[in-house]
Write a protein that binds this ligand. Sequence first.
Ligand code: HEM
Length: 394
Amino acid sequence: MNISRDAAAVSPLRYDPLDPDTLASPYALYTRLREETPVFWHEQLASWVLTRYRDCRDVLRDHGLFARDRRRVGEDVPEFRQSVQSLDPPDQTSLRGLFINSLRAQDLDGIGRRARRQVADIFDRMSSRAEFNWMTEVAAPVSLSITAELLGVEEPELEPYVQISDALARRMDYGLLPGVVETGDRARKKFNALVDSWFETNDRPGTLHDVRKNAAKARVPEHYIRNTTSVTFNASFGTVYATAGNVALTLLQHPEALSRLRDERLLDTGVDELIRFDGPAQGTSRVATRRTTIRGTVIEPGQTVLTLMAAANRDPEQFPRPDELVLDRSPNPHLGFGWGPHACLGTIFGQLAVKQLVIGLLDAGTPLRLAGTPERRRTATVRSLDNLPVTFRH
Ligand code: HEM
């Protein structure tokens, strides 16, 4: 592709999302990128990178100009990839509506209550351990149970599914690490077999049941539903898992914030602020359908634009005191759940899951403490932890 770029368009700052310092905390670098080169060309990612709030939000909102569906710029999208995530309005509209309505019809309070009980039971079991990994003992099982219950499918076995999810999360970074593609594609095949089994045997109440019941009326093709079920399950598990880790670490590093969350009036705004402050979704991409300019930089049709939502979420032009946790921040139009026609389908469930974890931490008899150095997962698109060593013992 013919990339028109001048010297100013290529950032003099080295942006390597997988650099260990950036993985530890990308926010100082995001600040410099926002200030010094808010629109720059990243050779390895083959994308224009945006870091300012308004630019990111405008791109995510304008699906006419910035497409998700790459068929709109003449590329092929195989049938097995066609889902709510890959289609744009108007093709996406009834499919998205079908899933949103079915998700909203689920018993939010019941799911919340059961998640809270599960968290309390795990904490009981872990209370005497000298140390445990929050990611494997808490984040993974809680995210998996919530996701399976919400979709109304049999809960997959934890270990094998976590491996599948991990490989799929890593695959999103194929531009940076081409080696992840093969493992990711193998994991996708295994996961598809699981999804097929849900379609053959599932008779549980839940989102999938409701979606299938209403699909004919909505005139949505079967493969869109199957692929969107798969996308939704993975998006739910992967992001709730990563958020559970990021939020726990933030609260362990800001114990005063956790104490303040005892004030129930702060819980809703506090959960959103925790996601703005250090959410899992770092960036997402769109492709320009026409020639356009962003801050004077020409974007050609067919070029990819990467919106770094996590950088936008710390933009002082939108968020006063962006590097502080302001638990009563309101309004808080952060991009942690995306924006526009591809914004998160499961926002209320993501918020619900985080809330149950926060309540669990507040209700724990003794406060949870960090018991070692956290290890970040080496992924760029989703910011997550592999190991968060913690303990209830003092
Ligand atoms: C705290 C937890 C969560 C976070 C931070 C989160 C974040 C996001 C973000 C940033 C996007 C937009 C990506 C883009 O524009 O490319 C997204 C999309 C999506 N999310 Fe979530 N999510 C969470 C939980 C969930 C849950 C629980 C579900 C399932 C019920 C879910 C299902 C989806 C789906 C299906 C999409 C694709 C929507 C589309 O492309 O139209 N997410 N999520």
